[in-house]
Ligand binder design. Sequence first.
Ligand code: 13P
Length: 340
Amino acid sequence: MSGTELNAVARAMVAPGRGILAADESTPTIKKRFDTIATESTEENRRSYREMLFTTPGAADYISGVILFDETLRQSTSDGTPFPVFLTERDIIPGIKVDKGAKALAGFPREKVTEGLDGLRERLAEYRELGARFAKWRAVIDIDADIPSDFCIGANAHALARYAALCQEAGIVPIVEPEVLMDGAHDIERCAVVTARTLERTFAELVDHRVALDGIVLKPNMVISGMNCDRQASVEEVAQATVECLTANVPAQVPGIAFLSGGQSDVDATAHLNAMNRLGPHPWELSFSYGRALQAAALGAWSGRSENYSAGQSAFALRARLNGLARTGRYEASMEFVAA
Ligand code: 13P
């Protein structure tokens, strides 16, 4: 695939008014989600839950792409259409999580590095055959009094860049996801400093690895207070701090930034995105690539019961629509109540 084609896919992933559904929970993670609704994590339950999301009427109005897990990329709708085919036919781009998870970084207690580079070239070729047009790799940076170390940030940035280069070689757009976690009692200022360090290093590695910046999508955390911080920053503060940090560290060639939700409530994630877009115009699209913030309400409404299928779809459609509005700053908190 040429650079122009990579750029076209990246731009389609962050098309105005739309965003990405992250439905790429690994088998252990989806089990954790199903445990919260007392539903067994069987292969069929996982398939059926994902089918409920993907077949939601009108989903394509607000959803540009879906990140799948390996198992899901190989599954089909109940009438036998492979999920990647079903999505592509509806103008939703299928993507694939390709990292093998964040593992303990030897010599650096409590820090992690993401694995999965071995054999990645071959896996990417197969995923492209199966219909994937973009991929995702998540690096995890934790904040505590004495971490993250520069070494941990560098090791993760290096792996992200090697992954991104392999994706582009295979004709797949890499979602580059360096996630600074919101776990902990740190304040928003500390999150801003660590996020800036992480982004700066990540882009330096991407450039060194000759990754075309107009053929990636960046998936960062927002600059936000730690979950256990005594002073929780307001929506306006989060929007200001995040836009400031991105403006200083993300080159304008990057077509789009699609945030993760990272443990924010679904309403907060929508409100933050909306406030950031109201501060625009920005050099890049500011979009969403939410997992929990798009799925929490749908998961609860479904609760593993086929009779709740349409309630689950309505909950998902509502969340997708409100985030679609937040893409252009047209979301209002009052819409939560009118719509509910
Ligand atoms: P959350 O929005 O739930 O953080 O998930 C997004 C994601 O894909 C994390 O890698």
